[in-house]
Design a protein around this ligand. Structure first.
Ligand code: GGG
Length: 339
């Protein structure tokens, strides 16, 4: 039995998270794994109700769990996800972007991963806002830059062996330090090609020639911004899942926000489902349980099958299916794969 803490979040969050949990629970049961889901309320609505965006009981629930599945939160990202990344030392944010079958995009052959440092930079939350000024401290430590660089280069060794370090060393010396530390780490990976780019040029290159990227290694804020750009390049932000991982714990969420004006039944649950897929894969390795790994693989294949068939698609993908109908179709495809 594994315990999954669940942050449903705001806007479309509760609906896509509930649908994803139901599917993951069914899939794991089919493979002989029992899951227990524990609610960890957090986000804008919780702040309105309790005065805290992440009440202590929610933090405790998360810390007692084996992994956390999170939906998008609205305006309280700083107090929820940015806080959790630091509190739980989830130092690596892994965000894969690739063309998916049946998802229209201006490009083909795109397949890269944004590996984003997840605990420092201006997202360290060391800030002061006065009446006539506001300051935010940009922090880059050798330890944080080294460990995220190792994650990026280790991953490159399992892929096309290229890392592009993104920075802004010509303007901000702290980003030059990030670059320098990454290039030092690169010396231990002679079989990986290392490249570097200013973040502004990286944004330009990602739009014009995204196929050149394999691993994009970035400080925290650039990774956040380039992720949305990357999602646009592969068609829609609705299909992007992500992992926040440290040495002992993992939290998994879609890249997109809470889309507060969208009817939740019109939301595309793919990003949330692929976040769950990343959770199962991470748990499979961390717990050394092949059944979880298999559940993750089946989930991904089932999602891809629904997308490539193109019969049951949500509105953003040109279809008219509801979120629940899409998830039910994924379940049917998974059923076929399990036979
Ligand atoms: N534009 C996508 C979005 O709204 N993502 C949620 C968000 O801003 N999260 C904060 C983060 O990833 O640092």
């Amino acid at each position: 039995m594994y315990r999954i803490s669940v942050i449903k979040g705001d806007g479309i969050g509760p609906h896509i998270v509930e649908e994803s949990c139901r599917l993951v629970d069914w899939l794991c049961k089919r493979l002989g794994v029992e899951l227990e889901f524990a609610d960890a309320p957090a986000g804008d609505a919780v702040k309105e109700e309790t005065g805290s965006a992440l009440p202590p009981e929610s933090l405790e629930t998360i810390m007692k769990s084996d992994a956390c599945l999170k939906g998008p939160v609205g305006e309280t990202a700083r107090d929820v996800i940015v806080f959790l990344r630091q509190r739980l030392d989830l130092y690596a944010n892994i965000r894969p972007f690739k063309n998916m079958p049946g998802v229209r995009s201006k490009w083909s052959g795109v397949d890269f991963v944004v590996v984003r440092e997840n605990t420092e930079d201006v997202y360290k939350s060391v800030e002061d806002v006065g009446v006539d000024y506001a300051v935010a401290l940009l922090v880059v430590s050798r330890r944080a830059a080294e460990r995220i660089a190792r994650v990026a280069f280790d991953m490159a060794e399992t892929r096309r062996r290229k890392v592009t370090v993104v920075h802004k060393s010509n303007v901000v010396r702290a980003y030059g330090f990030f670059r320098d530390v990454c290039l030092e780490v690169a010396k231990n990976y002679r079989d990986v090609v290392v490249d570097e780019m200013y973040v502004d040029n990286a944004a330009y290159q990602m739009v014009l020639n995204p196929q050149q990227f394999d691993i994009v290694l970035t400080p925290n804020m650039f990774g956040d911004i380039l992720s949305d750009l990357a999602a646009g390049v592969v068609g829609t932000i609705g299909i992007a899942g992500s992992a926040n991982v440290g040495d002992r714990f993992g939290l998994f969420e879609p890249v997109h926000g809470s889309a507060p004006t969208l009817n939740p039944e019109q939301a595309n649950p793919t990003g949330q489902l692929l976040a769950a897929r990343m959770m199962l894969d991470w748990m499979g390795r961390f717990k050394q349980d092949k059944r979880l790994t298999e559940a993750g693989e089946v989930l991904e294949r089932a999602v891809y099958n629904v997308l490539s068939e193109g019969l049951v698609l949500t509105m953003d993908l040109g279809g008219s299916a509801t979120c629940s109908q899409f998830v039910e179709e994924v379940r049917k495809k998974a059923e076929t794969l399990l036979r």
